[in-house]
Design a protein around this ligand. Structure first.
Ligand code: FE
Length: 253
């Protein structure tokens, strides 16, 4: 596991924890935000990477404390190890209110279940040692209860599965047009519809964003690249736009 600093102004830090070989599982990015030695981990991941992410996190916190576990949605590559995180830290975990009664099926102990909290549909503001972080509605992109996290200090938008790319070897997108093919198949099938994408884009365009950091694959750096990605989202047909023809009963034999 390697850790890459995406932003650091001395008091406030955003770090990417990257694992390239989780043994057959999809590659995933974990992100740690540290403000005055208080930490927030985003989408900490499943069991295959749990111990590495935990030890890297405590190393990066350097005696500080993990306060918050942010879960963008309910998928196993995000939530599966949440019980371990709750048992081995004093952090509180937050997820969409839609998933609060389902996440315990990953095996959340009664002892720590009260530290799993709901994020309302409208999103909310987190306070990490005085630093404000915005949980933004991103429902149906792809999960029906889905949140993104925007850090106004670093101007990074952590976009969960939106913007995910599979099979890329680079960490930052060098050429948007060449990169699209690593995103298209996934987004067409997993994202709900162009209507939802457009609503998300118009919300996100009101923010000052320098970087979009998805949970899988390469990140989008710089305003021009961010703009290219938002334009692409706005024009993408996906989900119900393209899948309605599939609703046919399979033929027997
Ligand atoms: Fe997912």
């Amino acid at each position: 596991m390697s850790s890459i600093v995406l932003f650091d102004d001395g008091q406030h830090k955003n770090v990417l924890l990257e694992e390239f070989s989780p043994g057959g599982a999809v590659q995933a990015n974990q992100y740690l935000i540290v403000h005055d030695r208080q930490g927030m981990i985003l989408d900490p991941g499943g069991h295959k990477i749990y111990s590495k992410v935990l030890s890297e996190t405590s190393h990066l916190l350097a005696g500080g404390e993990l306060r918050t576990i942010f879960l963008s949605h309910q998928d196993p590559d995000i939530v599966a190890a949440v019980n371990g995180w709750l048992m081995s830290t004093d952090a509180d975990a937050w997820a969409s209110e839609l998933w609060i009664r389902f996440i315990p099926h990953f095996g959340v102990d009664q002892l720590v279940a009260s530290r799993l909290h709901p994020i309302p549909d409208a999103g909310m503001v987190f306070d990490l040692a005085g630093s404000k972080l915005l949980a933004l509605p991103a429902h149906f992109l792809h999960s029906c209860g889905n949140l993104h996290l925007y850090d106004p200090r670093s101007k990074i938008l952590f976009s969960g599965d939106l913007g995910a790319s599979l099979g890329v070897q680079y960490r930052e997108v060098p050429d948007f047009d060449a990169h699209r093919r690593y995103m298209e198949g996934f987004h067409r099938r997993y994202m709900a519809s162009n209507l939802v994408l457009r609503a998300w884009v118009s919300m996100v365009r009101t923010l000052d964003i320098e970087t979009i950091a998805p949970q899988h694959g390469a990140i989008f750096r710089g305003r021009e690249m961010v703009g290219r990605f938002l334009d692409w989202c706005e024009g993408l047909e996906c989900g119900s736009d393209v899948l309605l023809g599939l609703y046919k009963v399979p033929e027997i034999g």
